[in-house]
Design a protein around this ligand. Structure first.
Ligand SMILES: NC(=O)c1ccc[n+]([C@@H]2O[C@H](COP(=O)([O-])OP(=O)(O)OC[C@H]3O[C@@H](n4cnc5c(N)ncnc54)[C@H](O)[C@@H]3O)[C@@H](O)[C@H]2O)c1
Ligand SMILES: [Zn+2]
Length: 365
């Protein structure tokens, strides 16, 4: 088992990574509890595979568990989902120190985290992520949110978990398409500031996706260590450090919005195409060698991820896509900070390029 720490002073917390940790969750959670009682929240896809094992591991430590199984999918990250979950927690008599366990992907993690940020003005929770995306990204860092009609993740809070427990073997049941979407966020860490890790991805990405356990463990540990470092340096994204995690996301969000946030294009798939566009836009503006942009495109294409507007299923013009970007919640004073790059592993934040330039660039794709 590997143990990392998110260094946030008195709110620091460990991240445990190891095959089989699901069956040991009781041993890691029980010491955090003031009374032998906790609640597990999961979704209907994850529950049949992992809920019994998690509950049994807690019971083995003498912890009484109750559980709530929510519908799978983004629709649970809603006012209705939040109401249902918070009312259930209150009905269960939740205490602040019960350490509610989020067992599932980013949807469950974001929803449980947000619910716990408001229940009793702040209750402890544990992340037990079961998708690759959640294991490398969303379970660490304390961003929690729900979606509203006006957009995704617009209502939320920063609320750090008390513990993150990652069992990579839970990925065995994850659909291949979801695995690929999570892998895009793995590649992102290489592209942000770690060219060696991108080269590692080029060499090992296919094996990881095919089920190689060592490759999965290495990618998760490396990614989560990078995320932990970035979060420790800039917890609330007030400097330009945490913003780098949005590499590919401004372009990606435009593609997600254009496809109606539907399963035509998963978030990670949009990010894959978005990272290629960010590199190509950088190259078009003389910032990045065109060979680097081509390398990024070729690697993502080689693992069947979208790597162009066409392969993302988009045939709209630049103006329509740029219009979505204008509504990005990161717009400051009318300007959208873009994450661009000087080459693989050399990303930076800039406000030097207007959406008109982005629109013209996208028209040429
Ligand atoms: N908080 C953050 O920092 C952050 C970062 C990135 C993304 N997010 C959020 O995360 C969400 C996406 O997360 P996601 O991609 O994990 O989606 P998800 O939670 O919807 O999971 C994807 C699908 O896989 C299923 N599933 C989960 N684990 C499984 C397993 N082990 N075996 C079989 N099926 C399994 C789920 O039921 C769901 O159908 C979005 O809402 C996004 O906004 C948050
Ligand atoms: Zn993302």
């Amino acid at each position: 088992m590997e143990r990392l720490t998110v260094e946030l002073g008195s709110r620091s917390y460990p991240i445990l990574i190891g095959d089989g940790l699901l069956g040991e969750i009781g041993r890691h959670v029980a010491p955090l509890l003031k009374r032998p009682r906790t609640m597990i929240v999961t979704d209907e896809h994850v529950a049949p595979y992992y809920l019994d094992a998690a509950s049994a591991a807690l019971a083995a430590e003498g912890v009484t568990v109750s559980s709530l199984v929510l519908p799978a999918g983004e629709s649970s990250k809603s006012w209705a989902g939040l109401a249902r979950l918070t009312e259930w927690l209150i009905g269960e008599g939740v205490e602040r120190s019960d350490h509610v366990i989020a067992l599932g992907g980013g949807v469950i993690g974001d929803l449980v985290g947000f619910a716990c940020s408001v229940v009793k003005r702040g209750s402890a929770f544990v992340q037990m992520p079961t998708t690759l995306l959640a294991q490398v990204d969303s379970s660490v860092g304390g961003k929690t949110a729900i979606n509203v009609a006006a957009g995704k993740n617009l209502i939320g809070a920063f609320h750090q978990p008390a513990l993150v427990v990652i069992d990579p073997t839970t990925l065995a049941t994850l659909p291949r398409r979801e695995l690929g979407a999570g892998y895009a966020e793995v590649v992102k860490y290489g592209l942000i500031d770690d060219a060696d890790f991108f080269a590692w991805c080029e060499a090992n990405g296919a094996a990881l996706l095919a089920g190689d356990g060592d490759a999965r463990h290495k990618a998760i540990a490396h990614s989560v260590a990078a995320k932990a470092r970035i979060v420790a340096a800039d917890e609330r994204e007030t400097q330009d450090i945490r913003a780098l995690l949005n590499l590919g996301h401004s372009f990606g969000h435009a593609l997600e919005a254009e496809t109606g946030y539907s399963d035509r294009l998963l978030h990670g798939e949009a990010v894959a195409a978005g990272m290629v566009l960010a590199h190509q836009f950088s190259a078009a503006n003389g910032l990045c060698p065109p060979e680097d942009a081509a390398r990024v495109r070729d690697h993502l294409a080689s693992v069947d991820l979208p790597h162009s507007l066409a392969s993302a299923g988009i045939n709209s013009g630049g103006a329509a896509l740029a219009a979505h970007m204008a509504h990005d919640k990161k717009v400051r004073g009318g300007k959208l900070p873009l994450i661009l790059t000087r080459g693989i592993g050399q990303s930076f934040v800039t406000e030097d390029y207007g959406l008109d330039a982005v629109s013209a660039f996208l028209d040429d794709r």
